[in-house]
Design a protein around this ligand. Structure first.
Ligand code: XMP
Ligand code: MG
Length: 185
């Protein structure tokens, strides 16, 4: 599909149109706050950030650099989405190679929608005997929540609409947008 003329702040990805929701400045400000909160919470604890790929890589990268103190990072690839709808399954695509026993874990998610991904993954982490687990998500859709997951820190609560940017994609596009955009329905 060819791009067509539309208001300049709109973004077209494939066949869909998106409008700005959070600016780059607003996102950076909020992520800095979360980094400061975690820096206090984990003072002298050398936490292991676990970034859920692919969507959380942008958030995790900023959050780590806003963390003041020693920390490590690991990556895990899980997936439950195709297009703009949850597929209903969670698959571990790429596992963690680190030993999680007695570690302080900070799970970094891009967005908690139904909570299925995080619910599944937290069960897996608990079975590895960590010292503690904390969950941080950039975005959360409270209306969509269907699984009992504990989210310790959320960047922003949003309405139940599909969003892209800051790591989040629509069919592969939009991850490099520095702000967040919401689908026009
Ligand atoms: P669940 O339902 O498991 O979903 O909490 C979490 C995962 O689904 C993806 N997701 C989205 N991706 N825009 C996206 O680009 C969205 O609005 C959206 N909602 C859910 C995302 O990969 C997340 O990890
Ligand atoms: Mg995605």
């Amino acid at each position: 599909m060819q791009p067509y003329a539309h208001p300049s702040d709109h973004i077209q990805l494939h066949d869909l149109l998106f409008v700005p929701l959070f600016s780059e400045a607003k996102v950076r400000e909020r992520v800095r706050e979360l980094g400061a909160t975690l820096s206090q919470q984990y003072h002298n604890k050398t936490p292991l950030f676990i970034s859920i790929l692919s969507g959380a890589f942008v958030f995790a990268s900023d959050l780590m650099r806003d963390f003041d103190g020693n920390c490590e990072v690991g990556f895990v690839k899980l997936s439950s989405y195709t297009g703009t709808q949850s597929s209903g399954r969670v698959q571990t695509v790429m596992g963690l190679e680190k030993d999680l026993k007695d570690r302080h874990l900070i799970v970094v998610e891009d967005i908690v929608d139904t909570g299925r991904t995080l619910h599944f993954f937290l069960d897996h982490l608990r079975s590895q005997g960590p010292a503690s687990i904390c969950t941080v998500t950039f975005l959360r859709k409270p209306e969509a929540l269907a699984f009992p997951v504990q989210v310790d820190h959320a960047g922003f609560d949003i309405e139940n609409r599909f969003v892209v940017g800051y790591g989040l994609d629509y069919e592969g596009l939009g991850r490099n947008l520095p702000g967040v955009y919401q689908l026009i329905e």
